[in-house]
Design a protein around this ligand. Structure first.
Ligand SMILES: C[S@@+](CC[C@H](N)C(=O)[O-])C[C@H]1O[C@@H](n2cnc3c(N)ncnc32)[C@H](O)[C@@H]1O
Length: 288
């Protein structure tokens, strides 16, 4: 399906943009790891029309109809851009699973990026989400999701919630996604965003994902969306026999290799290299 060597060369030559991009800097505030507010079940709520303040900040309010048509035009533009993203960035590079392609078409990536990047939400690149972190390139999200081979009844674990986008894509395809984010501000904002968007089967927790989520294990699949120096043993332990983990592993100062780590029915582990990528580092939380 994929020509790994072509991709490797292409990625190193920069034809496939890598994950890392300088984010905005920011300060993390202190939090208590046992603070219940950081572990939230995202409730079901319908997304209300986005109250875009752009037109409404000053001057006379335009007629309601104009607002509604501006909003729906904007939504149509985003939908078209998403369609083009799926065709030109994802299908064209060999992702073929129709369920994954549909999920990428359905999830509104522009809702997961800061307002100043919305116009670039469907571009072929990662984007800053604040606190020096990024939302992954759409192709990488699709590829990692496809490699996981998700089934409708699966319960997945994601390490690195970030904006919540990858979790939302996976949540379209499985029954539950458990997602851990080490930066509490990001965990909180992703949980709020997912709730606002009506994504009810993602459960977000702030903490060190290196340790996994033992109380909810074993998982049918694990996605690690930050670059690791090695494969975390606790995550391998929390995989069901026959399940897979998708994880970028390698030198954090250059690039990593996206790997499929499969736990065979007998418990042995088989590892396959896919493509070179560059992710923000998987950090460790000293307090966990
Ligand atoms: C490339 S971003 C993930 C993008 C995210 N999946 C999305 O769709 O927006 C990597 C994320 O991993 C988080 N991270 C790094 N080390 C972590 C750890 N040990 N446990 C949990 N999250 C971690 C970072 O804070 C960052 O938000």
């Amino acid at each position: 399906m994929r020509d790994a060597i072509t991709r490797l060369n292409a990625a190193l030559e920069g034809r496939y943009p890598v994950e890392r991009e300088l984010g905005e800097s920011g300060m993390a505030t202190v939090y208590r790891p046992d603070d219940q507010r950081h572990e939230c079940k995202v409730g079901r709520k319908l997304l209300l029309a986005v109250a875009v303040a752009l037109n409404a900040s000053c001057g006379p309010a335009p007629p309601a109809q104009a607002n509604a048509s501006t909003l729906s035009r904007q939504q149509m533009d985003f939908e078209r851009a998403r369609h083009q993203m799926v065709e030109e960035q994802i299908e064209a590079r060999g992702v073929t699973d129709p369920r994954v392609l549909e999920a990428m078409q359905r999830v509104p990536r522009h809702e997961y990026v800061p307002a100043e990047y919305q116009a670039r939400a469907y571009s072929d690149r990662p984007l800053p989400i604040g606190l020096d972190q990024t939302i992954s390139q759409p192709y990488i999200v699709a590829l990692m999701t496809e490699l996981l081979q998700p089934e409708p009844d699966d319960r997945l674990l994601e390490i690195g919630t970030g904006s919540g986008y990858q979790a939302a894509v996976a949540a379209e395809l499985v029954s539950e996604v458990y997602s851990i984010e080490i930066i509490p501000e990001l965990a909180r904002s992703a949980a709020e965003r997912l709730e606002r968007l009506g994504v009810s089967n993602v459960f977000v927790r702030a903490g060190d994902g290196y340790l996994g989520w033992p109380e909810q294990s074993p998982f049918d699949g694990i996605l690690v969306t930050a670059g690791a120096e090695h494969i975390p043993e606790p995550l391998v332990e929390q995989l069901k026999p026959g399940a897979r983990m998708i994880i970028p592993v390698g030198d954090l100062s250059s690039f990593q290799i996206l790997k499929v780590v499969e736990k065979l029915p007998g418990g042995e582990v088989e590892i396959r290299d896919i493509i070179p990528v560059r992710f923000v580092p998987l950090r460790r939380n000293e307090r966990d």
